[in-house]
Design a protein around this ligand. Structure first.
Ligand code: DOR
Ligand code: ZN
Length: 430
């Protein structure tokens, strides 16, 4: 394969949370790697020189939690469209959840995903394998096989393992292969039948509720089992104050636990379901304004270490329905950075902390390459214009699905260039 042309990113604000770098300078990408950073750099004659004045130059964003829908539901998304959406959102790597059809519970499915991702070429894809075959919660998957094939973690996302004894065994087993366990923490006996967060808004709309306790009770159980087993446990899509408090306690106990939240829990709350908008329906649901504030503070303090989109594309067939019948899930790859820039503008996060939550922390949590601008690392980089105002139009998304929760929203900035492995995977047309 031919090497991409060297790229010199000139005069940007270099943001590397791993080293604490936040200074103006150049970044040189050569032969798929970061060749040098800082100060004024000489470019090789054949290099493309890109002026990054007033732009941020950061390690490519890494999303721990996306649904690429391939194999099996390519009418919603496929690996090519999902990774193109990722690149347009500034991401250079995504972790793909196993609730495909068939479920990713085997080397065959993992290898197929990796092969398609290599062909699509828009970003790195790290498959996450199922904890139980078919996500049925009955037995343990062949985790050695999944790891050998390329899975970076195991998860029950979308279909929680209700049997605590089985989950304990899963954590013990996964530890043996150094595979983190990503928990979708939901007590199904409490959430069953619900459509939105249980509270006054659900009552007013006449919709069946999902209490925050359905999440908190499961988070408590999952963290308790992390303490018992010593396993690396990561809590997916944290949406409420009770889960934050539980995670903080478990961290103080010294357990190997971490958590993520998603942009919609930072920017919206149950009031925003307002007009029975099915693009505001996801699982876990949008919580109270107080929960949103707790989640925002936890992301700022680092109790919640990572931002992940839970990009969950669904077609109009699943979304243009009565609220109760619509599918859970919203897209996120193309809007996540804009929502995080809002938090920067509100002084909740410094730019360096934003890049930590979206790149360095995800890399650290799953031991993935990237997440840093250090010389010698992969040339996975995003250039961000923090002042490029745009408005979300579902029609203009790279994703095959238009189920964004942020249609019409003003975004304060965006990715203007994404480079993965030294190759330009997205460039905003001027
Ligand atoms: O809203 C959600 N959508 N939550 C999940 O846990 C699964 C996901 C999906 O796959 O659509
Ligand atoms: Zn998910």
């Amino acid at each position: 394969m031919s090497q991409p042309r060297p790229i010199l990113l000139k005069g940007g604000r270099l943001l590397c949370p791993a080293s604490g770098t936040d200074e103006t300078g150049d970044l040189l990408l050569e032969r798929g790697s970061i060749a040098a950073l800082g100060g004024e750099l000489e470019a090789p004659a054949e290099a493309e020189i890109i002026d990054c004045t007033d732009k941020w130059v950061a390690p490519g964003l890494i999303d721990l939690h996306v649904h690429l829908r391939e194999p099996g539901q390519e009418y919603k998304e496929d690996i090519a469209s999902g990774t193109a959406a990722a690149a347009a959102g500034g991401f250079t790597a995504v972790c793909s959840m196993p609730n495909t059809e068939p479920v990713n519970d085997s080397a065959a499915v993992t290898e197929m995903i990796l092969e398609r991702a290599r062909k699509a070429g828009s970003c790195r894809v790290y498959p996450v394998g199922a904890i139980t075959p078919g996500l049925k919660g009955k037995a343990l998957s062949q985790m050695a096989e999944l790891k050998d094939a390329g899975c970076v973690a195991v998860s029950d996302d979308g279909h929680p393992v209700s049997d605590s004894r089985l989950l304990r065994r899963a954590m013990e087993y996964a530890s043996g292969f150094n595979l983190p366990v990503i928990c979708h923490s939901e007590e199904l006996s409490l959430s069953a039948g619900g459509a939105m967060h249980e509270g006054p808004m659900a009552t007013a709309l006449g919709l069946p509720g999902i209490p925050a306790e359905a999440e908190v009770a499961a988070v408590e159980r999952d963290l308790t089992l992390a303490g018992l087993t010593g396993a690396r446990v990561h809590i997916a899509h944290i949406s409420c104050a009770g889960s934050v408090a539980a995670l903080k306690r478990a961290q103080e106990a010294g357990w190997a636990v971490s958590g993520e939240t998603a942009p919609h829990y930072l920017a919206l709350c149950d009031q925003d379901v307002g007009n029975y908008d099915t693009h505001r329906k996801m699982n876990p649901p949008l919580r109270s304004a107080a929960d949103r504030e707790a989640v925002r503070q936890a992301l700022a303090s680092g109790v919640i270490e990572a931002l992940a989109t839970d990009h969950a594309p669904h077609s109009v067939l699943e979304k243009e329905l009565e609220f109760g019948f619509a599918a859970f899930g919203v897209t996120g790859l193309e809007t996540a950075l804009g929502i995080m820039l809002e938090l920067v503008n509100e002084h909740l996060l410094k730019p360096l902390a934003m890049i930590d939550r979206m790149s360095a922390a995800p890399a650290r949590l799953l031991g993935l390459p990237g997440g840093s601008l250090a010389a010698g690392g992969p040339a996975d980089v995003v250039v961000i214009d923090p002042k490029a105002i745009w408005y979300v139009d579902p029609v203009n998304m790279r994703s095959k699905s238009a189920n964004t929760a942020f249609a019409g929203r003003r975004m304060p900035g965006r990715a203007v260039l994404t480079v993965c492995g030294g190759k330009v995977t997205f460039r905003l047309e001027a």
